[in-house]
Design a protein around this ligand. Structure first.
Ligand code: CAO
Length: 424
């Protein structure tokens, strides 16, 4: 038994933000039916192709454990099929451009008419307001949500991060909204509209930067490197390089091999509680009692000198040796892991965080498994569906079409070249 067993999701999502959300719901046990344009499908199927003729990793890694139906939702028969699917499903998830669902004839009012229990969940770039009609992609959301202006080198340009906080981050927010709405529906019997705007999702993840914006009114942000370096603060939360955001000074430091390995670095936090242990480890025991070095506020204007000294030590060790030495002493450090190291990490494979999946077109590939582990709802990662792989299965088993009715749908062109149900 899985946590969301019995919940049926009509998955109208594409690209990354929406698919992340529905993939998570599928891993929690929901039956996710992905609706795709006949003959075309989710655009990512054919983006960043590495194996000619096969679905891309972009698509396969975001659409595990789903079923795919090809359905033209602008064709009259297609609309009839979609209406029946809305009746049979609990949640409709979509991340079309603003207004696309209304133009299809399936706005919120119509959906409620068809199925008052339906939860309609959307990702949009912006919430209601002057930008609500905009199409939005990942980096636009990072910029509009406050991430880019607060990320990057102290004297550099605004920078986007490799973590897809606009797309996958918003997908996660939406998934939480959906399960919460399902929980409320248990009591009210009613569905509701759930909206996760990418700008809002990014800003939620940048909460501490809005905290710092307000702290600026009370004076300079002393834990930022700017303070120790005498760089004046402007009106807005500045970029903070690799400073740690929590008031405990931290930096990325070189480790043994940095000259040739671009990832031979460690993150090192000079947490106040373990300052004395840090002094011993790096060979500066005098700093434990030396005037100007004893308390965290004393040290704020000496962070460059202190981190330079710690780096002299970390450069004599590999990033893993730094971890092995500091971890038992509770000194917070973290090796900068490359994607290659993560892909080869045995521990991550054991926990199902990195999973190898077989695919009929592309053979085995690696993916990121479910990042949330539940003791009573285990996850088995299954390959993504081929385009329209389950069209007939869904028409017959979910909607109960057969005989003439099924022929009519298939011959209408609404479901593409509907393939027969694959043999068991
Ligand atoms: N049958 C028939 N038509 C279909 C269909 C189907 N099964 N599925 C989609 N379509 C149609 C839509 O109805 C729409 O038609 P209209 O423009 O005539 O209304 C059209 O396909 C294209 O949809 P779109 O505008 O959503 O797609 P796009 O590639 O132009 O834009 C994106 C992509 C992502 C910018 C836009 O969807 C968007 O802003 N989404 C919300 C924010 C978001 O999720 N961004 C994250 C993107 S990366 O995760």
């Amino acid at each position: 038994m899985k946590a969301l067993e019995g919940v049926r999701i009509l998955d109208f999502t594409h690209v990354q933000s929406g698919p992340t959300c529905t993939q998570l719901l599928a891993w929690f046990g929901a039956d996710v039916i992905k609706v795709e344009r006949p003959g075309v499908g989710d655009a990512t199927r054919k983006q960043l192709i590495d194996v000619p003729g096969a679905d891309s990793l972009y698509f396969t890694m975001l659409n595990h454990n789903k079923r795919s139906i090809e359905l033209n939702s602008k064709n009259e028969t297609g609309k009839e099929v979609l209406t029946r699917l809305i009746k049979e499903c609990d949640v409709l998830v979509e991340n079309f451009a603003p207004g696309a669902l209304d133009r299809m004839g399936f706005g919120w009012e119509r959906i409620q008419e068809i199925n008052p229990r339906m939860i309609m969940a959307s990702v949009k770039g912006f919430g209601p307001g002057k930008y609500e009609d905009c199409k939005v992609y990942e980096n636009v959301a990072q910029c509009a949500g406050g991430s880019a202006s607060t990320t990057g080198d102290l004297d550099g340009v605004p920078m986007v991060t490799g973590a897809q906080i606009g797309d996958s981050g918003t997908g996660l927010h939406l998934a939480l909204g959906i399960v919460t709405a399902l929980f409320q529906r248990e009591k009210t019997g009613r569905g509701q509209k759930v909206l996760a705007a990418m700008q809002d999702g990014v800003l939620n993840l940048c909460r501490v930067k809005l905290r710092d914006q307000q702290r600026l009114d009370a004076g300079p942000l002393k834990e930022y490197s700017q303070f120790g370096q005498g760089i004046p603060f402007g009106e807005a939360t500045p970029r903070a390089g690799n400073d740690s955001g929590g008031g405990q000074p931290g930096r990325i430091l070189k480790c043994k091999g940095w000259e040739t390995d671009p990832n031979a670095y460690t993150y090192f936090i000079t947490q106040a509680a373990v300052w004395e242990k840090i002094c011993d480890v790096i060979g500066e025991p005098d700093w434990k009692t030396k005037e100007g070095y004893v308390t965290p506020p004393d040290r704020l204007d000496k962070l460059n000198e202190i981190f330079d000294r710690i780096e002299q030590w970390t450069m004599t060790k590999t990033k893993f040796e730094v971890m092995d030495i500091c971890n038992p002493l509770d000194i917070p450090v973290g090796p900068i892991l490359s994607m290659k190291e993560i892909a080869e990490d045995e521990g991550l494979r054991k926990t199902g965080t990195v999973v190898e999946v077989d695919h009929p077109e592309r053979g085995p590939y690696l993916t990121v498994g479910c990042p949330v582990k539940m003791s009573d709802s285990p996850v088995e990662v299954e390959r993504s569906p081929l385009l329209g792989e389950h069209t007939i299965e869904i028409l017959t088993q979910v909607l109960g079409y057969d005989g003439e009715e099924l022929d009519k749908v298939v011959n209408s062109g609404a479901v593409g070249e509907a393939k027969p149900i694959a043999a068991e």
